[in-house]
Structure formats: structure tokens, C-alpha cells
Design a binder for this molecule. Structure first.
Ligand SMILES: [Zn+2]
Ligand SMILES: [Zn+2]
Length: 328
């Protein structure tokens, strides 16, 4: 579930949930009869379907794990880690990329990972922390957030349009309770429509460019080649319909985290197993490993990404991310 379920200020999220549910309820209670009689029952059914998709995606972006990397545990951290270099350079699809050591989580953050100051956790492909869902938006819940914005835009437009139609049709009875409530709903819709539509199209732009809000706002890719951009169509397909990134907080992954490094070497590097002489993969060893990384990589590529994931002091990859996107 959410990495932020007890963190941050829940007031904006409670406000967002409240205004959405109350306005939607007012609309259906006050305008349904008019729509069925004067227009068509299809209008009500269509609007109900949009509202259901909206609520499902709102719920999932609020309560899904955005892609949190668990912190290194005490038994994984050795004394020298406090003096670990702050930055480490790696090669991502031919582009030199700098990894930063996270003092809080005690590992080198993967290329698109950032530490959320509100949740106080590292999140994969961190987009931003959204106060309206009281959760980080990251690799595992970005598509839900985008579809939430998409359906919210349609829902607002529909609610506004149908409510205006009701008011025009009943212009002689504007003093009645239904008309007053729908006028209030129209005012709220007018205030929200432009910023939410603008935000939705901003995320369409980001998806097409293969960027996150964090990368766009902080200018991380400014003037340079974006190694995560795989073309408009592939970016959209992988971001919105690609396989789900595994949760590193699941019990199964935590169990696998303890797996012997020699097994990981065999799985990831495809080297012959040498039970007695093989040494563990150390942080220094990882400097020599250059693998293609892409946020929209295939399952096989995503297995390679884990090489650059958290590497603990014991020389074991901090997360058993070799499991691939659809394994968990
Ligand atoms: Zn961190
Ligand atoms: Zn956060």
C-alpha cells in the first residue's frame, strides 16, 4: 500500500476526496431525472462509467506503492558506508549518468530514483509528491495518476455541460434547491476545469517525451540527450500499458533480498557458478558493470537495471529486483 499512509498532511487529500464525491453525488441526484427524460438514459450510464473509472484510478494512485526502495537494514551496512563517495558515475545507454548516495536509505540511487522529502523514502522514477492524493507519484502508480487526471477532465466537462443544460431547461425555476446546487457544482467545475485540463496535457507531453515531472522541473535533462526516451509511441505504450514494476516492499522480495550473491551473479551476469571460489559482488565491482538502462525497458533489460540498484555493504544487491516486472 501507500508509502505515505501515515506521512504528510492528509487534509488536501481528504478535501479532494470530499469535493469529488459530494459534487458527483449532487450531480447524479439532481440531474439524473432530467437527463433520462429530456435527453437519454445513455447519458447517465456514460457519466456513471466515467465516474467509476475516475474513482478507481484516484483510489489506486492514492493507495498504491509508488515504487519505494526499502532502506538498507542495519545488518547490511558496514562502518565504511558513512564515508561512501557522494556520487558514482555510470553509463546509461551511452550517456554518462551520476548516481547519488542516499544518506537516509544508505544506497546509491538508481538513475531515475529520488528521495521524497515528505515520505522520506526513495522512489523509483520519482515524478512528484502529490498532496491531493497524499502519495508519491512514481513508477508503480504513475499510470493511475495519469488516468485519474484523464477521467477527471472528462468528468468535469460532462458534469459542467449537463448541469448547464439542466439550468437552461429549467431557467424559470432557478430558485429551487436542485438548480441552486447544480449552479454551485457548475462554479466549482469552471474553477477546476482549466488547471486540471492543463495538468493533464502537461503529463501527455511528459509521457511523449519520456520524462518525469521531476526531470522536467529540475532541468536534469536540459540540453542533453534523454537516454530514457524511446520514441513517442513506445513511451506512451510502456508508460500506460507496460508491465507493472515489482514492489520491493513485498514479503517475497524481502526474503529474496537475503539470497546469496553467487546466485545473483549466475542469474544476472550469466556467469558459470563457482560455489567455492566466487566472490560476492561488491560496490567496487559494480563500477565496472555497464548495462543499458531504460525506464521503459523490456523485462530482460529491467533485470539488468537491478545491477545498478541498491547494493548493500555485504556485497549483495539491496533489492532482489532481478525478479522482473511481472514476477510479483
Ligand atoms: Zn533515500
Ligand atoms: Zn512522497
Amino acid at each position: 500500500m501507500s508509502c505515505c499512509k501515515v506521512s504528510g498532511n492528509v487534509a488536501p487529500a481528504v478535501f479532494a476526496w470530499s469535493i469529488l464525491i459530494v459534487c458527483t453525488a449532487i450531480f447524479f441526484v439532481c440531474a439524473s431525472e432530467f437527463l433520462v427524460v429530456q435527453l437519454s438514459p445513455v447519458c447517465v450510464a456514460y457519466e456513471a462509467i466515467i465516474a467509476v473509472f475516475l474513482l478507481i484510478n484516484f483510489f489506486r494512485s492514492t493507495f498504491s506503492n509508488p515504487g519505494v526502495y526499502p532502506r538498507a537494514e542495519d545488518d547490511e551496512v558496514k562502518a565504511g558506508d558513512a564515508r561512501a563517495p557522494l556520487f558514482k558515475n555510470i553509463d546509461v545507454n551511452g550517456v554518462p549518468t551520476r548516481l547519488k548516495w542516499c544518506q537516509t536509505c544508505r544506497f546509491y540511487r538508481p538513475p531515475r530514483c529520488s528521495h521524497c522529502s515528505v515520505c522520506n523514502k526513495c522512489v523509483e522514477s520519482f515524478d512528484h509528491h502529490c498532496p491531493w492524493v497524499n502519495n508519491c507519484i512514481g513508477r508503480r502508480n504513475y499510470r493511475f495518476f495519469f488516468f485519474f487526471l484523464f477521467f477527471l477532465t472528462i468528468h468535469i466537462a460532462n458534469t459542467m455541460g449537463f448541469s448547464i443544460a439542466y439550468i437552461i431547461h429549467n431557467s424559470a425555476n432557478l430558485a429551487e434547491a436542485r438548480a441552486i446546487l447544480l449552479i454551485i457544482v457548475i462554479v466549482i467545475c469552471v474553477l477546476l476545469f482549466i488547471p486540471i485540463t492543463g495538468l493533464m496535457f502537461f503529463h501527455v507531453y511528459l509521457i511523449c517525451r519520456g520524462r518525469t515531472t521531476n526531470e522536467q522541473v529540475t532541468g536534469k535533462l536540459k540540453g542533453g540527450f534523454n537516454p530514457f526516451d524511446r520514441g513517442r509511441c513506445t513511451n506512451c505504450k510502456n508508460t500506460l500499458c507496460g508491465p507493472m514494476w515489482p514492489s520491493f516492499l513485498s514479503k517475497r522480495v524481502k526474503k529474496l533480498k537475503k539470497i546469496d550473491a553467487i546466485v545473483l551473479e549466475e542469474l544476472l551476469l550469466k556467469t558459470p557458478k563457482q560455489p567455492k571460489k566466487s566472490k560476492s559482488l561488491t560496490r567496487e565491482d559494480s563500477d565496472d558493470i555497464k548495462v543499458p538502462i531504460d525506464s521503459n525497458a523490456t523485462m530482460q533489460q529491467q533485470q539488468s537495471v537491478s545491477l545498478l540498484g541498491p547494493i548493500n555493504s555485504a556485497g549483495i544487491l539491496g533489492t532482489a529486483s532481478f525478479m522482473g516486472p511481472s514476477s510479483i
